[in-house]
Design a protein around this ligand. Structure first.
Ligand code: F6P
Length: 500
């Protein structure tokens, strides 16, 4: 090989070496680059990882915080919801029970017979009396009140006070219409009495429940008037009361009603009595309500008769109620300034009456007022009656004034007129005394029911309301003592009493 070739070869190999070195450098540079890159990548990665871990952690924390928060919120919402739903449930329940209560009150305000078909028991036993269908079993202690015999001013005061007091004791009150009639008839007439039922009745005469002196369960009239027979239906009444869940029978009445009360007590139906009569003839109490109003009315009548008697120079005879007791005649006669008072307790001598009239004329008083109790009669004579009255019942009194007018005729020169005041004495608004006494009796009777003290009668003794055994109500009538203080006072002011 020539020199030229050799050097060319050398040059070539040098170049090759150079290239190779360059390549190596390049390679190593390239090799260094990925390492560096790896390193930085790693760092980056680790940074990233750290970051992401941190992020993840914080995200997790955030998430869990959020979750916790949302959990709490959910829980709170749940709690709120459940509270709300509890409230809603409570208010729904309250609304329901208010509705039920309203419905019950409405039903109770109705006569019991009206609501009868709604009762379960009624569906089972259509033959049961309607009153018993609706109201068994009672949801509370229950008593039944009725106003027996004739009415008397103050009855509504008794009913009002009794109901109010009984309700305050948690006792339900039923009322039988028209005395025992409401319990005796095939379709009972019995109604619930609550405070709303007795509102506004205090000044009213009569009785919210109505009265009857014909409905006697021990002698119940059956059939038409001309073929009438009498049945003992007392067992039926007692059974009906038991069906109604009545624990005590409360009787507002006079001696006749209290007699029935005693018999029911013996039949096992507990009784509480409240004395009532304008006649004031019940021995167990110093006063019955009704007397005071009757006396007020009769006194007003005497006042009215005075002017017309004077104008016509007449003898005016005023016949007043009271049966065999002279309380109304004596009290009104004294209060009205009568000249003569004749009472059943003092059989009269008509000549004494005529003498009094003549003496007055001689003294310049050309008229006279004579008050006569319907049960008054002349000594040796008889009580004037309108009808005999069936066996075991009092006759209807009437005619005492007319009888006296006939006896006086020819014994004095005056024209004589007779006024029979009659049932006016039992009507009208009760006096404040009767409202007060009726209220006190009603309250006491409800207390006796609450305490379970039955077989008793409420009574005024002196100034105090007490209770006495029912037997005392019928033991003996309370008549005017002929030598008592009232008669003495009458005589002291110049009133002729028809006998010495
Ligand atoms: O007992 C009250 C009384 O008013 C008596 O004074 C009177 O004789 C009798 O009732 C009247 O009864 P009746 O309302 O049945 O006519």
């Amino acid at each position: 090989m020539g020199k030229k070739d050799k050097s060319a070869k050398t040059e070539k190999s040098e170049k090759h070496a150079k290239d190779e070195r360059a390549l190596d450098e390049q390679h190593s540079a390239q090799a260094e680059k990925p390492a560096k890159a790896e390193k930085s990548d790693k760092a980056e990665k680790s940074a990233k990882a750290e970051k992401s871990a941190k992020a993840e952690k914080s995200a997790k924390a955030e998430k869990s915080a959020k979750a916790e928060k949302s959990d709490k919120a959910a829980k709170a919402a749940k709690a709120e919801k459940s509270e709300k739903s509890a409230k809603a449930e409570k208010s729904a329940k309250a609304e329901k029970s208010a509705k039920a209560e309203k419905k019950q009150k409405k039903a109770e305000a109705k006569p019991m017979a009206d609501a009868a078909p709604k009762d379960e028991h009624a569906k089972k036993d259509e033959s049961a009396p309607e009153g018993s269908r609706i109201s068994t079993p009672p949801s509370a202690r229950r008593v039944l009140i009725l106003t027996g015999g004739g009415d008397a001013p103050g009855l509504n005061a008794v009913l009002r006070a009794f109901v109010k007091r009984a309700v305050s004791h948690g006792i339900q009150v039923l009322g039988s219409e028209d005395g025992f009639s409401g319990l005796l008839e095939d379709r009972p007439r019995v109604r619930h009495l609550d405070e709303a039922a007795v509102r506004g009745i205090l000044p009213r005469g009569g009785s919210l429940l109505g009265c009857s002196n014909l409905a006697n369960p021990f002698e119940f009239p059956v059939g038409p008037k001309d073929k009438r027979t009498y049945e003992d239906r007392s067992e039926r009444v007692a059974a009906r009361l038991r069906e109604l869940g009545v624990e005590t029978l409360v009787l507002v009445g006079g001696d006749g009603t209290m007699n029935m009360g005693l018999r029911f007590q013996k039949l096992g139906m507990p009784v509480v009595g409240i004395p009532k009569t304008i006649d004031n003839d019940l021995g167990a109490t110093d006063f019955t309500f009704g007397l005071d109003t009757a006396v007020d009315t009769a006194t007003w009548a005497i006042d009215a008769l005075h002017s017309t008697a004077e104008a016509h120079d007449r003898v005016m005879i005023l016949e007043l109620m009271g049966r065999h007791a002279g309380w109304i005649a004596l009290c009104a006669g004294i209060a009205g300034g009568a000249d003569v008072i004749l009472i059943p307790e003092i059989p009269y001598d008509v000549d004494r009456v005529a003498t009094k009239i003549r003496e007055r004329s001689a003294a310049g008083s050309t008229f006279s007022i004579v008050v006569v109790g319907e049960g008054a009669f002349p000594a040796g004579g008889e009580i004037s009656t309108l009808t005999k009255g069936r066996s075991g019942h009092l006759p209807r009194l009437g005619g005492a004034g007319q009888h006296l007018a006939q006896l006086l005729d020819g014994k004095c020169d005056h024209e004589i007129r007779v006024t029979v005041l009659g049932h006016v004495q039992r009507g009208g608004s009760p006096s404040s005394f009767d409202r007060l006494l009726g209220t006190r009796f009603g309250v006491k009777a409800a207390d006796l029911c609450a305490e379970g003290r039955t077989g008793r009668l409420v009574a005024l003794r002196g100034t105090v309301i007490r209770s006495v055994p029912l037997e005392e109500a019928v033991a003996k009538p309370k008549l005017v003592p002929p030598d008592g203080e009232l008669v003495t006072a009458a005589r002291a002011v110049g009133i002729e009493m028809g006998a010495a």
